[in-house]
Design a protein around this ligand. Structure first.
Ligand code: MRU
Length: 358
């Protein structure tokens, strides 16, 4: 019997029965099938994060939090659970942040639920602050209310990348829902195609007008005046506002700077790593070469296949993230408001200033 999604939908949740489990949307199946996967052991949670059944900074963090609770429920010592989960993916700050918090507060279901609920609330607030910036941009361009704002986004920083709502998509959904027309250019985001598979699916489900483009088309569209602003998510942000995000983000930021376009980065402060100053110190995940040499999807009859896209003997490299330096970012957008991408800007909006380094 397929497990239904909760209402409202979310990417990860707990089933606190006997036996207890963590339930996730298996994002490897989207956009072709919406499948809920049930995880019964912390080892399964670690596999789901490492092999990207779940992905996206906020979703990884919340899933790890539920994994710590599941470990406690099933008799796995917290230190072992923490080590297993921490080893899954190195770049997104939310992973270690959520595990640290569960260790500090105790791995209860209430603590995991609090992390998930805060993620949702932060994304909702990002939507409000981001929409204000979109409205400023609309006024700056003198765009009539009836005409769409054209927005480029990279990868998937949508509700699938969090517990719900999303970071970069939050102002898009907020604008659309408020009747402020938007049109989204969606980068396909090779090699795993999170844009084509996940962002396009989300926007289609929500009824947001969008157009899928090959990763290399963005610069051309910017030069032609077909993009009004760029907004992406973040996997880790340093104290000085450097941003690690999906590979290819840096090139979009360079092109946006050359075309004089605003480049916004939206993230909840659980993605902020106050222990790092320089983005070049962020660990960059190197994923399997097969993600580059093969591409997967269904044929016309719906059967899923892997297709090789290069010669057998060609060696492939797969750095999964890149660093966009703060100087290329127009504003950072967090749940506490928007700010200039530097230490002073962040300090001004964070209640209590920059968090201490643990
Ligand atoms: O490798 P992923 O899919 O986990 O990468 C994360 C992303 O989808 C993006 O980098 C996103 O913009 C930031 S996560 C909210």
């Amino acid at each position: 019997m397929p497990i239904p999604l909760p209402d409202p939908p979310r990417t990860v949740w707990a089933a606190a029965g006997h036996p207890p489990s963590v339930r996730i949307i298996d994002q490897r199946q989207l956009p072709w099938r919406l499948v809920v996967e049930e995880l019964r052991r912390v080892e399964d949670v670690a596999t789901a994060i490492r092999d990207m059944h779940v992905r996206g900074a906020g979703c990884i963090g919340a899933t790890a939090a539920y994994g710590m609770w599941l470990a406690a429920e099933t008799g796995c010592p917290p230190d072992r659970a923490s080590a297993l989960l921490r080893a899954t993916r190195p770049t997104a700050a939310n992973l270690a942040w959520a595990i640290d918090r569960m260790q500090h507060e105790g791995p209860s279901l209430a603590a995991a639920e609090a992390i998930a609920e805060e993620d949702i609330a932060a994304c909702r607030a990002i939507g409000r602050h981001g929409m204000d910036l979109f409205e400023c941009r609309r006024r700056e361009l003198g765009r009539p209310d009836s005409a769409p704002l054209h927005i480029l986004t990279h990868c998937n920083a949508g509700w699938l990348a969090f517990v719900a709502i999303g970071s970069a998509t939050a102002p898009i959904y907020a604008s659309h829902d408020a009747g402020r027309p938007v049109h989204v250019w969606v980068d396909e985001t090779r090699p795993r195609n999170q844009g084509a598979r996940l962002t396009a699916w989300e926007l289609a489900q929500h009824g947001v007008p969008h157009t899928l483009i090959a990763d290399n088309a963005g610069g051309h569209l910017m030069q032609r005046g077909q993009i009004d602003l760029v907004i992406t998510g973040a996997d880790r942000v340093t104290r000085q506002g450097d941003v690690a995000n999906k590979i290819g983000t840096y090139l979009k930021a360079l092109a946006a700077a050359d075309s004089g376009l605003p480049f916004y980065v939206a993230f909840p402060t659980s993605t902020l790593d106050p222990s790092l100053l320089d983005g070049r110190d962020i660990p960059i995940e190197e994923r399997g070469a097969e993600e580059v040499s093969w591409i997967d999807g269904p044929d016309a009859h719906g059967s899923r296949h892997l297709i090789r896209v290069c010669p057998e003997e060609t060696r492939c490299a797969n750095p999964a993230f890149d660093i966009t330096p703060a100087r290329l970012i127009t504003q950072l957008i967090t749940e506490h408001g928007a700010c200039t991408a530097n230490e002073e800007g962040l300090r001004q909006i964070l209640p209590g200033g920059m968090p201490p380094v643990c």
